[in-house]
Design a protein around this ligand. Structure first.
Ligand SMILES: *Cc1c(COP(=O)(O)O)cnc(C)c1O
Length: 223
């Protein structure tokens, strides 16, 4: 790995921060980044980091300061819930009822409540995970019976395309679903996680409250 360029990291970090309205939370996506890179951003004052892979989270978490808020933003398999629940500040990618059951089980075992977002499938790609908007509606039309799981909002990923109109429409669709659900939900339902390095500006315009940014802070990923 090339020597860590702290100054370049600081410049990119402050550039990203300067573009974000104050009500938008920044999660620095640290998948594939070293603990040294994460520590360097921590040293600049940043605390919220996002990881995609359970094993990577488990490897890095013990080597870094305990006041980091770890966001689990990847696809979560049921078999990995037990590893992620104890470490995660917020799990973004809840995409099925069985996954909710599993999070409930392990959170209950730990005697705590776990914060989650429902991932909603808004993109054209079939590979992206999530509930359909109709499934979310039907899930939330029933009483919430996962008493160790606190529903904080929704998360989505737009189609990976240069067509701004497509991305805008997908983000607006998710934002209106979020607003509609928010009207019937409790005060905890306050987080709309959408927007990455390439499309955060469009996500914020549409109403995002949390962006997940990797490349624009840490530089290009090799993997
Ligand atoms: C990798 C990833 C990001 C960050 O992507 P960048 O383009 O590097 O900003 C955001 N969200 C999810 C779910 C990711 O997997």
């Amino acid at each position: 790995m090339a020597a860590l360029d702290r100054q370049a990291l600081a410049v990119r970090y402050h550039a990203v921060k300067s573009l974000l309205p104050s009500h938008v939370t920044l999660v620095a996506v640290s998948k594939t980044r070293t603990v040294q890179e994460i520590q360097a951003l921590y040293d600049l004052g940043h605390r919220a980091f996002g990881e995609n892979y359970p094993q990577e989270l488990r490897d890095k978490q013990p080597l870094l300061p305990t006041d980091i808020e770890w966001h689990f933003i990847g696809h979560l398999q049921r078999s990995n819930v037990k590893h992620v629940v104890p470490l995660a500040h917020l799990i973004h990618g809840i995409d099925g009822m069985k996954l909710l059951d599993e999070v409930q089980k392990w959170a209950e075992g730990l005697g705590r409540k776990v914060d989650v977002l429902l991932q909603v499938h808004i993109a054209q790609e079939k590979t992206k995970h999530g509930f359909t908007p109709a499934e979310v509606d039907s899930l939330l039309s029933e009483p919430w019976h996962w008493d160790h799981v606190r529903l904080r909002g929704a998360m989505g990923m737009a189609t990976n395309t240069d067509d701004v109109q497509v991305v805008q429409d997908e983000f607006k669709g998710l934002a209106s679903l979020f607003e509609r659900l928010k009207n019937n939900a409790g005060a905890d339902f306050d987080t709309l996680s959408m927007g990455m390095s390439g499309d955060a500006h469009l996500a914020i315009q549409a109403g995002s409250t949390l962006v997940r940014i990797g490349t624009a802070i840490f530089g290009h990923r090799n993997q």
